[in-house]
Design a protein around this ligand. Structure first.
Ligand code: SF4
Length: 327
């Protein structure tokens, strides 16, 4: 990871108009990504992780969605203001994505070769022969055995883990600056998950690619990420270096998430911690701390106002009244 900032998300807001009101799926999210950094975005389902990342590449279906505000600065250009023709040159080329289920990401009717070569020819301007050589090289790097033969097979001829390896090879084939991986291992069994995470870490560090890893698993981020953003109800409620967050989480929600991870050094008879209650309905949320109905440390002010952000050393910040009030 270097000091060079390649992506800056500033006060991003993505709303969906539904019959019941306005869903503020992402409501004022800001973060910075450096070259070569791996940033984890964690939170429960519905916290806004995936919508944040779809908003970055301006892929929110409209209607019902709309980007209601903010900026996404990629190498100095605001992606939210680019015309579609310019954006297409960036998607899949400078910023690529891996999704949760590799079977639905790959076209089942097309050979792997067709799908990989098309991307490389389109974005890298290589001829078909050179693009195929590049695709084979990437499949080999991704650990696909006999890549010269397997490149001409169809997705159904690969196992789930192998299909995800193909997706990783395909997404890195244009040497992107940023790889967005949205729950890349949750459709795979545990042993394959570990292999895929190792592969992603190995390939992205060799190619110098920055990664945004979306996951609900703290175990995954602990081994993969330099920095973390914890999201709740469409906002980042805590962020900082991964080691700092694990050693000294400030927000009661982050503390609860960490306590709820099973640990080998705990007695089997110890009851696993769980955060009580459910995530809030994000339709027309009142302007208070959205975590207060589930928080054991809630105060009066938490029910009246959204918490201000408090900054700590080493770019660790938290949005919780406990720290603002204490100061
Ligand atoms: Fe709990 Fe209040 Fe902090 Fe929200 S602001 S997490 S309710 S202490």
């Amino acid at each position: 990871m270097t000091d060079e900032v390649i992506l800056e998300v500033k006060d991003l807001k993505t709303y969906f108009n539904v019959d019941e009101g306005v869903v503020k799926a992402v409501d004022g999210v800001s973060f910075i990504l450096h070259k070569g950094e791996t940033l984890g975005i964690v939170g429960e389902s519905g916290s806004g992780k995936s919508v944040t990342n779809l908003s970055i590449i301006n892929m929110i279906p409209s209607p019902p969605g709309r980007i209601a505000g903010g900026e996404v600065l990629f190498m100095g250009r605001d992606l939210l203001k680019l015309p579609l023709s310019e954006l297409r040159k960036i998607r899949g080329n400078k910023i690529s994505m891996i999704f949760q289920d590799p079977m639905t990401s790959l076209n089942p009717f097309l050979r792997i070769s067709t799908q990989m070569i098309e991307t490389i020819v389109l974005h890298q301007g290589l001829d078909a022969k050179a693009a195929k050589d590049r695709a084979i090289e990437m499949l080999k790097m991704a650990g696909i055995p006999a890549p010269k033969k397997r490149i001409d097979q169809y997705p159904h001829q690969f196992s789930g883990g192998m299909r995800q390896r193909v997706m990783i090879a395909m997404s890195l084939s244009c040497n992107p600056e940023i790889l967005i991986a949205d729950e890349p291992t949750s459709a795979l069994d545990v042993t394959i998950q570990a292999q895929i995470l190792d592969l992603m870490r190995d390939m992205t560090s060799r190619l110098g690619t920055a990664v945004i890893l979306i996951t609900h698993s703290l175990g995954v981020v602990a081994g993969m990420c330099d920095t973390l953003c914890v999201m709740y109800a469409g906002r980042v409620i805590e962020r900082g270096a991964t080691n700092d967050l694990f050693a000294d989480a400030k927000h009661p929600y982050t503390q609860g998430l960490i306590k709820s991870v099973p640990r080998l050094d705990r007695a089997v008879s110890d009851r696993l911690f769980s955060i009580r209650g459910q995530p809030p309905n994000v339709i027309d949320l009142p302007d208070c701390c959205p975590f207060y109905p589930r928080c054991d440390r809630a105060m009066d002010v938490c029910k009246r106002k959204y918490p201000r952000t408090t900054e700590f050393a080493n770019n660790h910040s938290v949005g919780c009244w406990l720290y603002t009030e204490a100061r």
